[in-house]
Design a protein around this ligand. Structure first.
Ligand SMILES: [Fe+2]
Ligand SMILES: [Fe+2]
Length: 348
């Protein structure tokens, strides 16, 4: 039986306090819930090896929680921890390690571009040549209802805060790139209409599948590799020096969304599900076919035209998006192939 959380009675807007996954997360969550900052400080540094940090549950959960202090906060954690120097120092330490890890693994094409069209062309080539494993194709063709529910649990980690990590970019941008970011993000937030906000559309999908739709409800159930797709977005968004990477990430994200969204919706219809379930994905077939053009040319391209030295980071952000998505997809599909759950075992 997959360890999926069904509907809860949660009323808080905050992230439910997660269970620790190792020594570091136990120490950090213990201190964060012990009261206001000041009396105790978080550990200054974490000795990070060069193991696969995307698969490191202790590191990814700790980083996810430290970043969450800048979003909605965590149940039982005082808001003052957001700007506590020891929390910032530890977050930076973990983010620096994860970024260095990814920079050593992401393949950035050795190309030059100085125009917006040139940047968009490189990004479209990167995303179209990505022949990695495809969860959406699996859902379209043969996922069971139980496997589809697991896929939605993984997606909920980001989609319930859609599109907040990329919004951090807006005050760091100017001119054409800023206007493009606002245009895309306005759509993501439903043009100011609650029911049309993409995070709300996704909640509707979760409810249609009888899954808990509360913010962060499924963090407890997903493995490190799923958290890593979100922690990279947040680290690129939270650090102004990585404004190139967050725009490249958004461009790659949009460029790999429209066709997969159609496949997810097709898979849901194959399983007999209706518009309540498919609405989120149907919306993204059209919306992201537009967003990928804006994100490639006006956002990423406009940024490189204004700040040519950021091209490398734009491509790094796009490459990291593709790498982490492929890694997560490979893990999930391997579990399904083996007839097991892609989710963590959660103690009752
Ligand atoms: Fe969206
Ligand atoms: Fe989009």
């Amino acid at each position: 039986m997959p360890p999926i959380t069904l509907k809860s009675a949660a009323t808080s807007i905050r992230l439910p306090l997660p269970r620790p996954r190792g020594q570091l997360s136990a120490e950090v969550l213990g201190i964060l819930t012990s009261g206001v900052p000041g009396a105790r400080a978080l550990p200054a540094a974490h000795p990070v090896s060069d193991d696969d940090l995307a698969d490191d549950d202790d590191l990814q959960l700790t980083l996810f929680c430290l970043q969450e202090l800048h979003y909605r906060g965590i149940e039982g954690v005082d808001d003052a921890w957001e700007w506590d120097p020891s929390a910032i120092a530890l977050r930076r330490n973990l983010e620096d390690a994860f970024e260095a890890h990814l920079r050593g693994r992401v393949t950035v094409p050795d190309v030059a571009a100085t125009t917006a069209d040139g940047v968009a062309q490189i990004l479209f080539e990167m995303t179209s040549s990505d022949g990695g494993p495809s969860v959406s194709r699996f859902v379209a063709r043969k996922a069971s209802l139980a496997q589809l529910r697991e896929v939605l649990v993984h997606k909920s980690i980001y989609q319930l805060k859609e599109a907040d990590p990329h919004t951090w970019a807006i005050p760091r941008l100017t001119g054409r790139a800023k206007a493009a970011a606002v245009e895309i993000q306005a759509d993501e937030y439903g043009g100011g209409h609650l029911a049309s906000m993409h995070s709300e559309l996704f909640r509707r999908t979760l409810r249609a599948l009888d899954l808990d739709d509360h913010y962060g409800a499924h963090v407890v159930a997903v493995p490190a590799v799923t958290l890593a797709t979100s922690t990279f977005m947040s680290l690129a968004g939270l650090n102004r020096r990585l404004r190139g990477a967050i725009t490249g990430h958004l461009a790659a994200f949009e460029m790999t969304s429209s066709i997969p969204s159609r496949q997810y919706a097709d898979g849901m219809r194959r399983l007999g599900l209706g518009e309540d379930a498919t609405g989120y994905f149907d919306e993204h077939v059209e919306a992201d076919a537009v967003h990928e053009q804006i994100a490639g040319r006006d956002l990423a391209g406009g940024l490189v035209e204004a700040e040519p030295h950021l091209l490398g980071d734009v491509l790094f952000g796009a490459g990291a998006c593709l790498l982490l998505d492929d890694l997560a997809a490979a893990r999930h599909l391997a579990a399904f192939d083996a007839g097991t759950s892609s989710l963590r075992e959660v103690a009752a």
